[in-house]
Design a binder for this molecule. Structure first.
Ligand code: AP5
Ligand code: MG
Length: 213
């Protein structure tokens, strides 16, 4: 099963993608997590990505597309994957469709998690992230069992650099301009499924399962 997660920053793409990956036993591929791992490792790619991410802007397509296409060519992707944060622009979506078509493959569903902007700003201020395994928590809605410690791997949780309110606003602007057009793109392909992301996160997951079967 090959899936794309759509939705604004903070809509819950990562939260749901991790649950989907667990249930269907496919890798969770988050371009944001790949960039953050590179920033932490001090790689050239990380240095380049950081300058855009800190401002809430998108990392250029020429960097992002090659990186993602390489990743989905890996052995663990043979039975599918859930893409979280890619594609984010029309050229990214077109490159993905083209690369898959060359291998006679296609995306099965694009899941759009719908959450209005004012909800998003509230959510982001409470988000805590695991720098080691990528799990995401919320101080109120999805608190870890031990304060500030990752349930899965025991690492200390952090606040993401780009979760400052001004940067969140810029990320939302960028989303509406550059990423929202993907909803029409996947609607035209006939594989868009819309999910109400304002519900409790377990209910959001149930809605997703009822689509995927
Ligand atoms: P990325 O890491 O992808 O960030 P994003 O899209 O801005 O999304 P987030 O990770 O902030 O939100 P999410 O939807 O995953 O929500 P989450 O599950 O954490 O990208 C970061 C940056 O990298 C970009 O700005 C860009 O610069 C660059 N980048 C990445 N991919 C790129 C690409 N393809 N092209 C170019 N640049 C790229 O949930 C948010 C919070 O809400 C959490 O605290 C969670 O616990 C809570 N929550 C989740 N669901 C619920 C619920 N139902 N009810 C209540 N709370 C909930
Ligand atoms: Mg995420």
């Amino acid at each position: 099963m090959k899936l794309v997660m759509l939705g604004a920053p903070g809509a819950g793409k990562g939260t749901q993608a991790i649950k989907i990956a667990d249930k269907y036993n496919i890798p969770h591929i988050s371009t944001g997590d790949i960039f953050r791992a590179n920033i932490k490792g001090g790689t050239e790619l990380g240095l380049k990505a950081k300058s855009y991410m800190d401002k809430g802007e998108l990392v250029p397509d020429d960097v992002t597309i090659g990186m993602l296409l390489d990743r989905i060519g890996a052995d663990d992707c043979k039975n599918g994957y859930v893409l979280d944060g890619f594609p984010r622009t029309i050229p990214q979506a077109e490159s993905l469709t083209r690369a898959l078509a060359e291998r006679d493959e296609k995306i099965d569903y694009a899941l759009d998690i719908n959450v209005p902007d004012d909800n998003i700003v509230k959510r982001m201020s409470g988000r805590r992230a695991c720098p080691k395994c990528g799990s995401t928590y919320h101080v109120v809605y999805a608190a870890p069992k031990l304060e500030n410690i990752c349930d899965k791997c025991g690492a200390e949780l952090v606040i993401r650099e780009d979760d400052k309110p001004e940067t969140v606003k810029e990320r939302l602007n960028v989303y509406h301009k550059q990423t929202e057009p993907l909803i029409s793109y996947y609607k035209n392909e006939g594989i868009l499924r819309e999910i109400d992301g304002t519900q409790d996160l377990e209910k959001v997951f149930q809605d997703i399962i009822s689509i995927l079967g």
